[in-house]
Design a protein around this ligand. Structure first.
Ligand SMILES: Cc1cc2nc3c(=O)[nH]c(=O)nc-3n(C[C@H](O)[C@H](O)[C@H](O)COP(=O)(O)OP(=O)(O)OC[C@H]3O[C@@H](n4cnc5c(N)ncnc54)[C@H](O)[C@@H]3O)c2cc1C
Length: 502
């Protein structure tokens, strides 16, 4: 059994942000994640929008932390060296009821502290986002888009560099709680203080045992179960699925910014929207459908048809031929189906279970708010024990080169320095062999295809990996000695090969 100040369960955007913020202090931090890499949960399955904060109820944690997260996001992405684009966003009204909803949401946004919100008429809308339908809208200049995969990976790498330890493929299956007397430091029988001991022993499916003073539950859709396992309250999480289409790289041509419908009360999401990604694709979605399983990530024909119809109403230039893929994400809702809408984030140390810090119901805007959420966790721990800041904390993280984003001169220079930059492995996204190698040699040793995909952006184009997948497999097998049967798409259970045909 190993001993830790803090164990974090879950390496999504929230768990990685918490790990990175806590790694500013002299603490022994371990992150346990059941998947093979960061961003394997909800954080890799969303709209990737840095929300401005006008959607949330004034005074709620959601509103406060979203606005705060939005303000710091650009600087954070620069520090982590990951893609971020301040696009602005349009909410579109089709009739007077929608216009009234926009007036209301703008008032709410102003109360929340959102900057620059303004109503626009159809003419201005046409200038901001040509070809968008509707009679008028609301414009939010502070909304942005970012890369959620690289966000989680970069936070995790930053935490790792600053001393946090990550265990992937480590599913937490049991938590023992020790009833210890608690104090802030050296404990003696007669010190008269309480002793903070190893309050929890966290057990993983691979046989690991991790004792810790603070257990931080960032387990997303499983956070209700983890709380119960640790002896905390049994929160009920209601999974609510959102399905999406991915379109080819037509954003530059068709969509400069996210476009949403005017909000309608009671639905479990923000309505079907069109969002340009930092890579130039467009995503359409998400739907909002309460489901019974937390891992049912299917996309379904009727919903796909509805999504397309709704997207077409917002942007008539959208065509089916642009579709290159689909995916689904699941919201970990605290609001049951009969209530709908949103309940506020729960971020607290449980009174009945000292040391257990629960983060429950972290649905949208959870990624936007992830850094303020992490700071809140630090301050909860700071109230219980002195936190000593490291003098050698490294805030900047340098991401690998993205060949396709460079000028021709810069590309030519790289090829002269390293011939692997001259070999294109993923044709759709122009990803070079050197970038694939950098992705394979990531600091976590994550070797799945998805780990390579999210780091290098290979396999994400129109051919869906038809060209580059075999080349990546060849590299893994011939240059890294991985057996073909060991290669997985994501975690165990998604093996690509079962044996030789000839
Ligand atoms: C459809 C949709 C659209 C969204 N759009 C946006 C948006 O545009 N902008 C925005 O800011 N937010 C958005 N969100 C919200 C955002 O994605 C989430 O709030 C955020 O990703 C939550 O991060 P997390 O780390 O809490 O959860 P997750 O990313 O799910 O991380 C939890 C991790 O815990 C791990 N885990 C679970 N159980 C165990 C266990 N027993 N042992 C070990 N590990 C375990 C999981 O594998 C997972 O990796 C959206 C969400 C959805 C579903």
């Amino acid at each position: 059994m190993t001993k830790h100040d803090v164990v974090i369960i879950g390496a999504g955007g929230v768990g990685c942000a918490v790990a990175r913020e806590l790694s500013r202090y002299n603490l022994n931090i371990t992150v346990l994640e059941k998947e093979c890499d960061a961003a394997g949960g909800i954080s890799g399955r969303n709209s990737a929008v840095v929300h401005a904060g006008f959607n949330n109820v004034p005074g709620s944690l959601m509103a406060k932390l979203c606005v705060e997260g939005n303000r710091g996001f650009e600087t954070l992405c620069r520090e982590l060296d990951i893609p971020y684009k301040k696009t602005g966003k349009l909410l579109v009204a089709f009739d007077e009821t929608d216009m009234n909803a926009l007036h209301e949401i703008m008032r709410q946004g102003i109360r929340n502290g959102c900057e620059g919100l303004r109503l626009v008429d159809a003419d201005e809308m046409e200038k901001l986002a040509p070809g968008i339908g509707g009679i008028g809208g609301m414009y939010s200049p502070e909304t942005a888009v970012f890369d959620p995969f690289l966000y989680c990976i970069a936070l995790a790498e930053s935490a790792l560099e600053n001393g946090a330890v990550f265990h992937f493929n480590s599913e937490v299956v049991a938590i023992e709680r020790n009833m210890v007397k608690e104090c802030g430091g050296e404990h003696t029988e007669d010190c008269g203080k309480e002793h903070i001991g190893d309050r929890f022993v966290v057990k993983t499916a691979d046989g690991g045992e991790y004792a810790c003073r603070f257990l931080i539950n960032c387990a997303g859709l499983s956070s209700g179960n983890i709380s119960k396992m640790a002896g905390g309250p049994a929160y009920q999480i209601y999974p609510c699925r959102g399905e999406y289409f991915i379109l080819d790289k037509v954003a530059e041509e068709l969509l400069p910014m996210p476009v949403y419908p005017a909000p309608r009360k009671g639905i479990g999401g923000l309505g079907v929207h069109l969002t340009p990604t930092t890579a130039g694709n467009i995503i359409i979605g998400p739907s909002a459908e309460y489901i019974s399983q937390i891992d049912d990530l299917s996309t379904t024909r009727p919903i796909m048809d509805d999504l397309f119809a709704e997207a077409k109403a917002l942007l008539p230039a959208i065509e089916r031929k642009y579709i290159i893929g689909s995916y689904a994400g699941i919201r970990p809702k605290l609001a049951p189906p009969e209530e709908g809408g949103y309940r506020d984030f729960v971020i607290q140390e449980e009174e009945a279970c000292p040391g257990l810090i629960n983060l429950i119901g972290i649905e949208s805007p959870g990624l936007t708010a992830s850094m303020p959420i992490a700071r809140k966790v630090c301050s909860i721990i700071g109230e219980r024990m002195p936190l000593e800041e490291k003098t050698d904390f490294v805030a900047e993280r340098k991401g690998p080169v993205r060949f396709r984003d460079l000028s021709e001169e810069e590309q030519a220079k790289l090829i002269r320095e390293d011939s692997e930059f001259g070999e294109i492995i993923c044709r759709c996204q122009k990803v070079t062999k050197r970038e694939i190698r950098n992705a394979i040699e990531n600091p976590f040793g994550a070797r799945s295809i998805s780990a390579i995909k999210y780091r290098a952006w290979a396999t994400t184009g129109r051919c869906n990996g038809g060209y580059c997948l075999t080349r990546i497999v060849d590299m893994l097998v011939n240059e890294y000695g991985v057996k073909p049967e060991e290669i997985t798409y994501r975690s165990t259970g998604s093996e690509l090969f079962s044996g030789k045909v000839k």
